[in-house]
Design a protein around this ligand. Structure first.
Ligand code: SF4
Ligand code: SF4
Length: 405
């Protein structure tokens, strides 16, 4: 008999293959709604918004107020779905279907990275616009400035609808990240921030510890009600854009994003206690690892087994403060430009937080200004900005692997 649901429960649903049929994905997402109780949450919000009696507002089943649900996938860049940089359209489509079945009104939206990114265009290229089935919403249309109690950043500009939605469902992709090691549930909430502001925040919170603090503060602005992580394919190596994709065939979900990320980090073969995100979360009393319980689709406990030979980013274990201290001795870890792939579009220069890149005609990085944030590598759709895996990086890794990431 399955045990009752607890806040730290994380479900791993094995779909058996990385490209399941739409019906199988829908079934899995419906199951996750039922296991986590989100179907009832959506239904209850809709009912509460409907006047119980009285003549003031005439309601009928077709006109009753419904729960407004924001579905927040990862729409990082305008690249095809087959690259698995963005959330799989099949998962987004299934979440839209599950919200409707629960009686809610879905909206799908994200703030893609970079200054020139048009969310409609980006969503169209990666297949999420079609998967949204008529409910895609440009989150940058209305923004609001929010104060933060954060040592690096005192205010952020975020999309207003994130605060207005009755329910938020976070639908990230399971990927590595050169700066944060993992991009999962909490990091996907960086997409709350509207366009150009992301670069400013990278500059203001340029160490891994400060960036982890910022991620936790952004996440707290609107803690999503459910996280469904697309792990049909996972990205290893130098994610989140140009890592290596491998099939996994699973969905990982839970009501607590930190619990979900705790499980994802273990699946990568990394001890969460050695990452800045979990160090800060525990210090701040936001998370207790002992509350995490991992269950299968029937609600039975399962063991977390690290994905065999999972490749971590070249930057793992090397803090940006430590890189800075070792620049003179070893040379900085900076992206390098692959001129054979570069189209000279200039996106990297426009999105570089300290404006360390000029075009001549290919990008040239000013080593004195570069803060090794890897935004340029993340945003280059051509894969023309690379983090070198050469001797210097290897030495960094050997020196710091096992230290805090
Ligand atoms: S490195 Fe990438 S983003 Fe930069 S100019 Fe070349 S193609 Fe454009
Ligand atoms: S050159 Fe790239 S890694 Fe360096 S600061 Fe600019 S965006 Fe970040």
């Amino acid at each position: 008999m399955p045990t009752p649901q607890l806040p730290g429960d994380v479900y791993i649903l094995d779909l058996g293959r990385p490209d399941p049929s739409p019906e199988a994905v829908q079934q899995a997402v419906d199951r996750l709604f039922a296991l986590t109780g989100l179907d009832k949450v959506i239904g209850a919000v809709g009912r509460a918004a409907t006047p119980a009696a009285g003549p003031a507002v005439a309601t009928s089943p077709g006109t009753a107020p419904r729960c407004q649900v924001l579905i927040k996938p990862n729409i990082l860049a305008p690249v095809p779905a087959e690259m698995h940089v963005t959330t799989s359209p099949s998962v987004v489509r299934a979440v839209v279907g599950a919200v409707r079945a629960a009686g809610g009104t879905p909206s799908v939206g994200d703030n893609p990275g970079g200054v020139d990114r048009n969310s409609l265009h980006t969503a169209e290229v990666c297949g999420i616009l079609a998967a949204s089935d008529g409910c895609f919403r440009n989150l940058s249309d209305e923004v609001v400035e929010m104060r933060l109690d954060n040592p690096s950043v005192d205010k952020v500009v975020i999309s207003k609808f994130i605060l207005e939605a009755d329910v938020v469902i976070n639908v990230p992709v399971f990927k590595t990240h050169m700066l944060t090691t993992l991009t999962g549930a909490v990091k996907n909430c960086y997409g709350y921030v509207a366009g150009t502001n992301k670069a400013r925040l990278h500059l203001a919170a340029f160490s891994r510890g400060r960036f982890a603090q910022l991620l936790l503060d952004l996440y707290a602005l609107r803690v999503p009600d459910l996280h469904i992580v697309d792990a049909l394919y996972v990205m290893e190596g130098n994610g989140p854009t140009h890592g290596r994709v491998r099939p996994y065939g699973k969905l990982v979900a839970g009501r607590d994003g930190l619990a979900v990320d705790h499980v994802l980090t273990r699946l990568m073969g990394v001890d969460p206690a050695e990452t800045r995100l979990f160090q800060r979360a525990v210090e701040r009393g936001l998370f207790r690892p002992e509350t995490v319980r991992v269950l299968d689709g029937d609600g039975n406990p399962v063991q977390v087994e690290a994905i065999p030979n999972f490749a971590l980013p070249n930057t793992i274990g090397v803090s940006i403060e430590e890189q800075a201290q070792l620049l003179v001795a070893l040379g900085a870890i900076r992206p390098v430009v692959k001129e054979d792939l570069c189209t000279m579009c200039g996106d990297c220069a426009k999105n570089c937080p300290p404006q360390a890149i000029t075009l001549d005609p290919f990008p040239v990085i000013d080593a004195g200004k570069c803060i090794s944030c890897f935004c340029c590598a993340e945003l280059c759709t051509e894969g023309a900005m690379e983090v070198p895996s050469g001797e210097a990086t290897g030495l960094f890794n050997r020196m710091f692997r096992g230290g805090s990431a």
